[in-house]
Design a protein around this ligand. Structure first.
Ligand code: URP
Ligand code: ZN
Ligand code: ZN
Ligand code: ZN
Length: 474
């Protein structure tokens, strides 16, 4: 047969188009799109259902080393399993440099963590936390040439943060070598000052996490990141944008013609700061620790601002920021059943499996986003931003056959149906209108709507090319 697999009667959706066709797959790639394609060795009739590119989750944390006893619950095995069951076929987690160590050590260590474990394809972002002259002049340029073409810079967290001069130095390398810099924009000194004041008055419950990081903390850092990007004359991508204040800064920068890209995440659409104050059986309000992330979720009006930014093109990518910390257990957010002060609660929320279904259901099927915009935000743009397009992120001849077939059905989200190792989902109880009925990774069915069919180690490492969201400066 001409094809290994033919998906019959697909309603294919790309970032630009939609059309009815058969999808012919050969050697893991899309070989033909057309009506009445020749038979394949295997045939699946999808009966007119919507088919989108597999998701590219360009911001997720898997098996990232943390200070003990805190530990990430998902490694490349369980994390990519969970991703695939939610329609994601490529993940880009972070190889984090430790201060005093080289970037190469982080990359080698991260390859060891991924090797033989991933069920779907993966690339790495770097986290640059110690930009020594050797890192700037030798390591970073060499790693960019090898396919690590994006890195995250932190403006907060003591073990990761860079000062403005260091950020300028790293952005200058991004400019010279055509890499994409992601920025975590929050003002570190403001957070520390507010945290100390809250602690001095005994306000340490999870809900005070939001008080320690009000929107102006994010607004100031976003403005500063934009200014540093403008000074160096290089694009940046601001990650996990939470609400109106940061959005206004980004709109202003776009109005000036600057190449400022932005990402947002499900927590800013579906959670609010009130979720940090959930009561646990009358004992207190510690359950809210499950929703502690940075920046924190805001309020309903800010959720609307984020929805508008997704619909009107302000946001370039929609990622999970999956940060898999369990609630119970010494390694989690409620260590050994103890209620620790918010400063000590690991930051981040699980969501690698729920990212695509939440946005398809509440965005597209609820009438807030076009199907094309969904594809752009969840697959095409992240692939372009990090140098994986056109192999990933589209339905096109020659692209990898990474595809999702959507089943429209009513369901109530429940952690028991998810495939991560985290012991909760912050979205439990939500009513959804759809879930992936089929996920294909390079033409192989890895999820069929009820059973996971992956194989640890089948996922391949992807060396990234140059970002293609905009033409390279010449
Ligand atoms: O709270 C968050 N977002 N934790 C994950 C790490 C990060 O800064 O993205
Ligand atoms: Zn070392
Ligand atoms: Zn961050
Ligand atoms: Zn993150």
């Amino acid at each position: 047969p001409a094809f290994d697999l033919v998906l019959r009667n697909a309603h294919a959706i790309t970032a630009a188009d939609e059309f009815d066709c058969d999808i012919g797959i050969k050697d893991g790639m899309i070989a033909a799109l057309g009506r009445g394609l020749a038979p394949g060795e295997r045939e699946i009739d999808v009966a007119g259902r919507n088919v989108t590119p597999g998701g590219v989750d360009a911001h997720c944390h898997l098996d990232q080393p943390t200070a003990p006893p805190v530990r990430m619950a998902d490694d490349f095995d369980t994390g990519t399993r969970s991703a695939a069951c939610g329609g994601t076929t490529t993940v880009i987690p972070f190889a984090a440099q430790q201060k005093g160590h080289s970037l190469r050590e982080a990359v080698d260590d991260y390859h060891r963590r991924a090797n033989g474990k991933a069920h779907i394809d993966y690339a790495f972002h770097l986290i640059v936390s110690d930009p020594t002259p050797d890192v700037l002049n030798r390591e970073l340029p060499a790693l960019i040439a090898e396919g690590y073409t994006s890195f995250k810079l932190y403006m907060t967290y003591d073990d990761l943060k860079l000062d403005d001069g260091q950020i300028l130095d790293v952005l200058d390398v991004a400019r010279k070598h055509g890499a994409m810099a992601m920025v975590h924009a929050e003002n570190s000194d403001c957070i520390e000052w507010l945290t100390k004041r809250l602690e001095a008055s005994g306000r340490t419950a999870p809900r005070f996490h939001a008080h320690s990081r009000p929107m102006l903390v994010e607004r100031e850092a976003t403005h500063r990141a934009i200014s540093l990007s403008q000074l160096v004359d290089v694009p940046i991508l601001i990650v996990h944008v939470s609400g109106k204040d940061a959005v206004e800064q980004i709109r202003w920068a776009r109005g000036l013609g600057l190449n400022i890209f932005a990402e947002t995440c499900p927590q800013y659409l579906f959670l609010t700061a009130e979720d940090l104050g959930i009561e646990s059986d009358g004992q207190g309000s510690y359950l809210g620790a499950r929703c502690v992330c940075s920046p924190p979720p805001r309020d309903k009006s800010n959720q609307d601002v984020i929805w508008n930014g997704l619909a009107d093109g302000l946001f370039t990518v929609f990622s999970s920021d999956h940060a898999p910390f369990k609630y119970e257990g010494v390694e989690g957010k409620h260590p050994g059943g103890e209620e620790v002060a918010f400063r000590h609660i690991p930051n981040g929320i699980p969501g690698i499996e729920t990212r695509m279904p939440l946005l398809w259901s509440e965005g597209v099927l609820a009438g807030r986003l076009t199907a094309q915009k969904f594809v752009e935000l969840t697959a095409t743009n992240p692939a372009k931003a990090y140098g994986l397009h056109p192999r990933k992120g589209s339905i096109a001849i020659g692209a990898d056959a990474d595809l999702v077939v959507w089943d429209e059905r009513e369901l109530t989200l429940d952690n028991a149906m998810l495939h991560h190792e985290v012991d909760y989902t912050p979205y439990a109880g939500m009513q959804l209108r759809a879930w992936p009925g089929l996920t294909l990774s390079r033409g192989e069915v890895v999820w069929d709507g009820s059973t996971f069919h992956g194989r640890a180690g089948r996922g391949q490492f992807l060396a990234c090319g140059a970002p293609t969201l905009m033409p390279r400066k010449r």
